[in-house]
Design a protein around this ligand. Structure first.
Ligand code: CTP
Ligand code: ZN
Length: 158
């Protein structure tokens, strides 16, 4: 392909590349990381680009950013197939897939208004993953209410 027809986006020197994000979910990834235009980060965002395998994906590059475990868990809930590339000095030092945590602390808000985690002096939430056929659910440790992945995505990206 001629150069004018090839999509080019700069490599980064230091930071993270979140690759293979579900197509259309890049904004949700930024949302769970609480990154917006006022955060000061240099961010590149690609949406609905073609992969070499002919599928679509989103990509987010954030310069000078580290990710904590909680942030990796949040990304996994928005986009379970995302790949994290940690870049130092232009070189990928580490590459791994996010993975949905078995147990999640203080991330998911329970949708049961009467749950102790929604009380006046709330207890921090704890949810545990369950498989129901090919569907994944997370169950509240306190009231046993379950949440689907769609419900979780809606609640954490708000
Ligand atoms: N990347 C970057 N800056 C760097 C190095 C890599 O922005 N200094 C980006 C690349 O543009 C790409 C992603 O990090 O979007 C992964 O890079 P690489 O592992 O080289 O690409 P692939 O081999 O295609 O990755 P994968 O096998 O994970 O699809
Ligand atoms: Zn609950």
């Amino acid at each position: 392909m001629s150069e004018e027809k090839t999509l080019k986006i700069s490599k980064i020197e230091d930071g993270i590349v979140i690759d293979h994000i579900n197509p259309g979910s890049a904004m949700e990834v930024l949302s769970v990381l609480k990154i917006n235009g006022k955060s000061g980060f240099t961010v590149s965002l690609l949406m609905n680009v073609r992969t070499s395998k002919g599928n679509s994906k989103d990509v987010v590059k954030i310069e000078k950013k580290n990710l904590r475990k909680k942030e990796l868990d949040l990304i996994s809930m928005v986009s379970p197939n995302a790949t994290i590339n940690i870049v130092e000095n232009f070189v990928i030092k580490e590459k791994f897939n996010v993975s949905l945590p078995e147990t999640v602390h203080d991330i998911i808000r329970c949708q049961n208004q009467n749950c102790v985690t929604n009380a006046k002096e709330p207890v921090k939430t704890v949810f545990t993953m369950e498989k129901k056929g090919d569907k994944l659910l997370y169950r509240c440790h306190y009231c046993e209410r379950t949440m689907t992945m769609d419900e979780i995505r809606n609640s954490i990206t708000k």
